[in-house]
Design a binder for this molecule. Structure first.
Ligand SMILES: O=c1[nH]c(=O)n([C@H]2C[C@H](O)[C@@H](COP(=O)(O)O)O2)cc1CO
Length: 182
């Protein structure tokens, strides 16, 4: 073999290696990208009452370690039971934007202890959209969760989890770790 052919073989091997490395980097970058940009839709009561807003904050802060929370405003202490300024954009805007966000989301997490027509509506829509959904309910509230939420639990795609305020982190860790395995 001439040295020119040898040089050719070496450089094509090197080209292949470089190409493989590039593909690996690309795949790695893509998987990190997917993780970082996971879109999470958080549901919590607004006009249904803001009693649990501090807990929504805690949940949303934890969710932000897993991805982008599209509905961060639900956990804002500045948002009252009157809701967002509907006079500026209108309730139709809020509805259409939120349904759009629901469609875009990869996963839905709802705090369902404080009854809310809006949260119930969102959950009805996500069942139809077949989104992976976690509903969190606190039995310590002495409320009884609607049969239309508890009864929708299928043990897989739509799950209702009873929990206590001090279990937020572990319940969410359990849920997102199980997501990684599916
Ligand atoms: O101003 C709003 N902004 C908004 O994003 N929502 C959505 C997100 C919440 O998960 C849900 C709360 O519904 P409700 O206001 O009926 O409690 O509806 C609801 C309102 C007010 O109804």
């Amino acid at each position: 073999m001439t040295s020119a052919v040898k040089r050719g073989a070496t450089s094509s091997t090197r080209d292949r290696d470089t190409q493989t490395a590039r593909e690996e980097t690309h795949l790695w970058t893509r998987s990190v990208h997917v993780h970082v940009t996971m879109k999470i839709y958080f549901c919590g009561s607004i006009r249904g009452g803001r009693d649990d807003v501090m807990l929504y904050r805690k949940i949303v802060e934890k969710l932000q370690s897993y991805g982008t929370v599209l509905t961060e405003h639900v956990s804002s202490t500045e948002l009252s039971h009157r809701g967002e300024d509907a006079s500026a954009a209108g309730d139709r805007f809020i509805h259409d934007r939120d349904v759009n966000w629901l469609r875009q989301s990869d996963v839905v997490v709802a705090e369902v202890t404080q009854p809310s027509l809006g949260v119930g509506y969102e959950l009805g829509r996500v069942v139809d959209m077949k989104k992976k959904t976690l509903c969190l309910f606190r039995p310590s509230s002495a409320r009884v969760l609607s049969a239309m939420i508890r009864g929708a639990d299928d043990g897989e795609r739509f799950v209702v989890r009873d929990y206590g305020e001090d279990e937020v982190d572990e319940v969410l860790e359990e849920f997102f770790n199980a997501l990684k395995r599916t």
